[in-house]
Design a binder for this molecule. Structure first.
Ligand SMILES: Nc1ncnc2c1ncn2[C@@H]1O[C@H](COP(=O)(O)OP(=O)(O)OP(=O)(O)O)[C@@H](O)[C@H]1O
Ligand SMILES: [Mg+2]
Length: 503
């Protein structure tokens, strides 16, 4: 059992486990590569912030190549600043474990939202589908046109645009997560032959064929997500993976109007244009798709704002919201915190990479000790919850809207401080993985976390804050460089596939 429980007079409490600067609260999700927790951390003023911590499963933490890949990928995600991209704060190692700390999006991912729509047998209103797809389109365009600190295009492709990586917050924000398998010029570890990456159902035809990818692959995947939001079923389904690959390769799907006749024609046209097999006939940029979606939305529901989406999500998950809030109140911080804040593995040793700035400045855990002791002394567990900073990414309570509905671009990022002043190290010498991660054995899943160790070194001095970057990415042409992304995302036996396709 991971959580130590203690019974207080006011009821049952759970003890948060410390991982670096973070105190892990409840586990949000558990997958083949990592588990995700809500976690609490403190800034220099003792202000609490809620973040999401993605902890790499134990068997993968032993694989240096894999960890190197994650470091590179976390770097890619961390340079992206956009209102609809979940921020990555650090990729770190502490207490013998590897984890990514990122913006916590307080809401539900699109996979869960769609499951709820299916269970209730209710469609997702088209205005929400259009808005969500427009926000994701905007996020994708920002990633596709992102440049490094010297203005060089990073040529980022997400490669895994899928419902589980799109999160809608309870206040109606839409966040694209998990640039986990994105590949950009700064990534040194190449995706290699034989590794299936991304979810086949939402892949582009060229991705399913193991061809060279460019940003238009993400546009196709966006179309698959839009199709599913409009119809409640994915465009491509099959009973086995090979048949699914063939369907995706051929980009043949039932027309939206056949599955969901009430969907407005313009939206169907936009979906079809994203889902075009030929890249040349698709939307050429995610911004083009976003533009058409916003034009549709303006005509279809001129007064639409993100608060409409927030209301829809809150209404769909009212019980869960209650439970999630109660859960936060149940946790107390450890009585014996470690000062080991770990190493941020992203911020040193790479000339091509500038460490990210984050909107808060976590302190070593001493602050949290004080907070925890005070809370214990007051007997007020409520204070553990209410102390979350209003300018953190804690969005259970809808934030004041500062979103520019006209332009689709968001509020300016508050002047950030650099939190990750800790001495860091980049793991060198990563080579490409040649096999998929092994299946997780039950005993590995149940393995208890390592015992925290105390840090020897004092925390390093903070670096001077840099000026805030604009939220809107600089306008950059998007390069269609066929050679750049030459490493195939996955290899299937294309000859065999062709045979089956004909047969
Ligand atoms: N930053 C975040 N804030 C809030 N919830 C998150 C965050 N990141 C992930 N989640 C939740 O955790 C779930 C699982 O995420 P995870 O990325 O581990 O798996 P996945 O999205 O199903 O697959 P993949 O690894 O291919 O992205 C998400 O669908 C979402 O519900
Ligand atoms: Mg994900």
């Amino acid at each position: 059992m991971r959580w130590k429980r203690a019974t207080l007079s006011s009821g049952e409490v759970r003890r948060a486990q410390q991982l670096g600067r973070y105190h892990l609260l409840d586990r949000i999700a558990f997958g083949g590569m990592a588990e995700i927790y809500r976690a609490k951390t403190f800034d220099g003023n003792g202000q609490a912030h809620l973040v999401a911590v993605k902890r790499v499963l134990a068997h993968l933490a032993e694989d240096d190549d894999f960890i190197q890949m994650l470091v590179d990928e976390a770097k890619i995600a961390s340079v992206l600043r956009h209102q609809s991209i979940a921020r990555v704060y650090e990729f770190a190692r502490a207490h013998g474990e590897y984890f990514i700390a990122m913006e916590h999006v307080d809401g539900k991912d699109m996979r869960t939202v769609l499951e709820r729509c299916r269970t209730k047998k209710k469609p997702m209103p088209p205005e929400h589908a259009a808005y969500i797809a427009a926000e994701v389109g905007s996020a994708l365009h920002a990633a596709h046109s992102a440049v490094d600190s010297r203005g060089k295009p990073l040529r980022i492709i997400h490669r895994d645009v899928s419902p589980s990586n799109i999160i809608c917050s309870y206040s109606g924000e839409v966040k694209l997560c998990d640039f986990g398998i994105a590949k950009a010029t700064l990534s040194r570890v190449q995706t290699k032959t034989g590794v299936i990456k991304g979810k086949v159902k939402y892949m582009s035809p060229e991705q399913a064929l193991g061809r060279k990818l460019d940003h238009r692959s993400d546009v196709f995947s966006l179309g698959s997500c839009l199709y599913e939001m409009l119809t409640r079923v994915p465009p491509f389904t099959a009973t086995n993976e090979m048949d699914l690959l063939i369907k995706v390769r051929d980009a043949k799907y039932k027309p939206v109007s056949e599955v969901a006749p009430s969907v407005p024609f313009e939206l169907e046209q936009i979906t079809d244009r994203c889902l075009t097999r030929s890249r040349a006939n698709r939307y050429q940029t995610a911004a083009d798709a976003e533009g058409d979606l916003r034009v549709f939305l303006k005509k279809y529901m001129p007064n639409y704002s993100r608060s409409h989406l927030g209301r829809f999500i809150r209404k769909s998950f009212a019980q869960e919201i209650e439970r999630e809030l109660r859960m936060l109140e149940e946790y107390v911080l450890t009585d014996d915190p470690s000062d080991d804040v770990g190493e941020n593995l992203m911020s040193q040793g790479d000339d091509n990479f500038e460490a990210p700035e984050v909107p808060f400045q976590p302190k070593p855990t001493s602050v949290s000790i004080i907070a925890a002791r005070e809370a214990a002394r007051d007997g007020s567990r409520q204070s553990e919850v209410s102390e979350f900073s209003s300018d953190s990414n804690f969005t259970t309570m809808p934030k004041v809207e500062q979103h520019d509905e006209q332009s689709g671009w968001g509020r300016p990022t508050p002047a950030p401080f650099d939190i990750h002043a800790a001495h860091t190290a980049i793991i060198e010498g990563g080579r490409a993985r040649t096999t998929a991660p092994p299946p997780i054995r039950e005993e590995v899943r149940r393995r208890p976390p390592p015992v925290p160790v105390r840090a020897e070194a004092a925390p390093p001095p903070p670096r001077p804050p840099r000026s805030a970057q604009p939220t809107r990415p600089p306008a950059q042409p998007i390069f269609v460089d066929e050679e750049l992304h030459a490493a195939p995302t996955m290899i299937i036996d294309i000859g065999r596939m062709r045979g089956r396709g004909r047969g």
